[in-house]
Design a protein around this ligand. Structure first.
Ligand SMILES: Nc1ncnc2c1ncn2[C@@H]1O[C@H](COP(=O)(O)OP(=O)(O)OP(=O)(O)O)[C@@H](O)[C@H]1O
Ligand SMILES: [Mg+2]
Length: 263
């Protein structure tokens, strides 16, 4: 069974892309077959995977416009996972999409063709809840929500919960919150602990046990086009993302067992 996860939070700069790239690399280290789809016109996940966003022959734009089969857009990277890249052209897709039948399901229909080849498909979303992000939420079985534990983190949470509820009721009944990830975490800050406690009160065991610490190596690695594991594998950031990958895999096995499916 392929697990398809949208990494989403309409708040900017909370660690979505850092999580997408480093979780993809960590799952690959655990011998999982991983596809990372960059669905953000900023193209940060593409660059962070060591691929030049402005030199893509086929990209997420072609997938969303149905210009090319999804297979053509899948790149092999040096990072152990496959990638569908994106750049600013993706921003123009929104208008074309609006005119389509099944406009919310273009990505899902494309992914369906190739899903069997992967254990995990991660989709890095832009910081907005537009139709492109809705496509990610319709293609996914779960949402992974990175959250920075600061005062404003909880603002906007209601918007995201409402969107997920709405999509759940109308477009994708399978969509679940797969987990809330505390990112850029600084335990010396008392506010961090307060917000963390509030997240646990609100989301209960949906909050991952793994916490991603504030770690300068995580911020440096993208400039080298490398996931942290290839940049500084013994850093706290690298270890945290490996732990997250292990936690995700372990939970997935438990869920399958509970549903009576083979692990
Ligand atoms: N754990 C961390 N420790 C230190 N810096 C981090 C950490 N996680 C992310 N950063 C840095 O914070 C900034 C924002 O991170 P990132 O790009 O992953 O967020 P994002 O949610 O994808 O942003 P956007 O909403 O713009 O797509 C980046 O400069 C990144 O390098
Ligand atoms: Mg991003």
């Amino acid at each position: 069974m392929t697990e398809i996860l949208a990494i989403a939070n309409q708040k900017g700069g909370v660690g979505k892309t850092t999580t997408a790239v480093n979780l993809a690399a960590s799952l690959a280290v655990l011998k999982k077959r991983v596809l990372l789809i960059d669905l953000d016109p900023q193209g940060n996940a593409t660059m962070g995977s060591g691929v030049q966003k402005n030199e893509l022959n086929f990209s997420a734009t072609d997938v969303m416009l149905e210009d090319a089969p999804i297979e053509a857009a899948i790149l092999t990277t040096k990072t152990g996972y496959k990638l569908i890249g994106a750049n600013r052209e993706l921003a123009g897709v929104e208008l074309n999409l609006a005119e389509k039948n099944r406009r919310e399901y273009v990505l899902k229909d494309a992914i369906n063709r190739i899903a069997d080849s992967y254990d995990y498909i991660l989709i890095d979303c832009a910081p907005s809840l537009n139709l492109i992000t809705v496509n990610a939420l319709c293609a996914a079985g779960g949402v992974l929500i990175p959250m920075q534990c600061e005062y404003y983190a909880l603002e906007g949470l209601a918007d995201l919960s409402n969107t997920i509820d709405r999509i759940n009721q109308s477009l994708n009944p399978e969509l679940q919150i797969r987990g809330v990830l505390r990112t850029i975490y600084d335990p010396r800050n008392t506010l961090t602990n307060d917000v963390s406690n509030e997240l646990i009160a609100h989301f209960g065991d949906k909050v991952f046990e793994t916490v991603i610490p504030r770690n300068v190596r995580l911020a440096e690695a993208p400039a080298h086009g490398l996931p942290i594991l290839f940049y500084e594998k013994s850093s706290k950031g690298a270890i945290a993302y490996l732990n997250l990958a292990a936690e995700l895999v372990k939970q997935g096995k438990k869920q399958k067992k509970a549903q009576g499916k083979p692990a």
